[in-house]
Design a protein around this ligand. Sequence first.
Ligand code: NI
Length: 129
Amino acid sequence: MKVHHIGYLVKKIEKAEKAFQELGYTVKQAVLLDEFRQVQICFMEKDGYIVELVSPVSKESVVSGLMKKLGNTAYHICYETDHMEEDLEKLLHKNYVLCSERHEAAALGNRQVCFLVHPYLGMIELLET
Ligand code: NI
């Protein structure tokens, strides 16, 4: 599995985008709305590192609870895999628990993703190549 991006929870996506630009990041994919998950998402890049900004747009958003609890913060690392099923199976045997079933990620060209939580490591995302 290879690191694909770092997910950042942000309250105000335009303001966060500007702040990342001030640090030298460039916009890789402009803000788009994921209606199903009720989040705005954009991707930014610096020195080969990709950061995903995720912002809830309603109380029904999948990250509303997290935002309340955590505020603005990095909250997951996404790993790209050629073998989603196999790697998922391995992780489930290593203390990870699925916290979001496989679904298509609108902001990632409808590629399959899922989220897992580990008791000592927090949240990770798997992204099918
Ligand atoms: Ni992500």
